[in-house]
Design a protein. Structure first.
Lengths: 119, 135, 113
């Protein structure tokens, strides 16, 4: 089984990157890969819950994509540093997203990952 | 010509040509890989699909459309995302099963407009993957 | 070479624009600390990582475990001359070819940024 990491480095909606990356993660899961999504830098903003883009700005919700990824057995992780720098608290985050320190995430990539795609 | 015993490299391009240099880097890497006997599969995604535009005439830059055509002649398989291509006005009809592509007079022949599933297959099947333009 | 012991990193972006630069340095150092061999290739704006006198959290110092190569053409295009590099960093022609072969033949993981 392929162990895939999809890194998201942009906040949602201002760039297509986040949606596109999560779409790749979801489709890869559906095709039997083991997928971990990692929010790095501004990607940490994607972890905020209560997004309502469909009603407010007429775009598809990345929150819903994350929920689907978790439901399919994917893992979603945010860098603790990235959250702290941006003032994002755990209670403000989508349920199910893990918070890890940089060394733990580096270890995950170095030990358990076959391929990395960065968005 | 690609044979099954060659190691396979998948490359994703997410930025459009000329605004950033990512397409240049991608093409240089792909060419080097082909010259060294590796199989190369390229997927254009997001604004990367603009690399497929027919009739590019950059005055001061490397012509990415021509470069992609040369890479295809060298044996690279090049596909682009149908959803992203459709959003940007390239798709001109339903998927053609016979030609295995969506029709487009606006895209160069070297690039087949295809579904995202073809990229997922590249990720699964290739030995290594490289990404350009996502950041 | 045992693939499980090596990673390859291609850097195309400058060091300070986003947090990505710091992250890439962190991954390289962590891999080295775990006993892995790290090969870093700098092309495009990534050659700017090779310039001397960067602030410390964007510096990756070459040593027995970390090798750094920089693309000569991209470097000279940006006004970076060999005298401006750390002496342990190697400026090379055909960096793309060297990188591809290293990535495909020797590396457990390839990280492009």
């Amino acid at each position: 089984m392929v162990n895939l990491v999809v890194e998201i480095t942009h906040p949602p909606y201002g760039h297509e990157n986040t949606f596109a990356g999560l779409y790749v993660a979801l489709t890869s899961l559906a095709k039997g890969m083991n997928v971990t999504v990692i929010f790095h830098g501004d990607g940490a903003y994607t972890s905020l819950r209560g997004q309502s883009p469909e009603k407010k700005i007429n775009v598809l919700s990345t929150e819903r994509q994350i929920e689907d990824i978790l439901a399919l057995g994917g893992r979603v992780i945010a860098y603790r540093d990235a959250l702290v720098h941006r003032g994002i608290l755990k209670e403000e985050m989508i349920e199910g997203i893990e918070i890890l320190d940089s060394p733990e995430i580096y270890d995950l990539m170095l030990e358990n990952t076959d391929k990395v795609i960065v968005f | 010509m690609v044979t099954d015993d060659k190691k396979k490299l998948a490359i994703m391009l997410f930025s459009g040509p000329y605004g950033k240099q990512d397409a240049d880097y991608m093409c240089r890497i792909a060419e080097s890989a082909l010259n060294r006997g590796y199989a190369v599969k390229i997927f254009l995604y997001g604004d990367g699909v603009h690399a497929q535009m027919n009739g590019q005439t950059p005055k001061s830059f490397l012509n990415i459309g021509d470069y992609l055509s040369e890479l295809a002649d060298m044996g690279a398989e090049i596909k682009s995302c149908s959803r992203c291509s459709g959003a940007r006005g390239y798709v001109e009809g339903e998927f053609d099963e016979g030609l295995d592509r969506y029709p487009s007079s606006k895209a160069i022949d070297a690039v087949k407009i295809h579904t995202l599933y073809s990229f997922i297959d590249m990720i699964k099947d290739c030995d290594k993957i490289m990404t350009f333009g996502g950041v | 070479m045992d693939m499980n012991e090596s990673i390859c990193i291609l850097i195309t972006k400058p060091p300070h624009t986003t947090e990505g630069g710091k992250r890439v340095c962190g991954i390289a150092r962590r891999a080295r600390d775990k006993g892995m061999k790290v090969s870093i290739y700098l092309i495009g704006d990534g050659v700017l990582f090779a310039k001397k006198n960067l602030e410390s959290n964007r510096v990756i110092s070459p040593d027995e475990s970390i090798s750094i190569k920089v693309g000569m053409n991209d470097m000279l295009a940006r006004g970076i001359t060999p005298e401006m590099l750390d002496y342990r960093i190697e400026a090379v022609d055909d960096i793309e070819g060297i990188f591809v072969e290293d990535a495909m033949e020797n590396s457990k993981l390839v990280f492009t940024w």
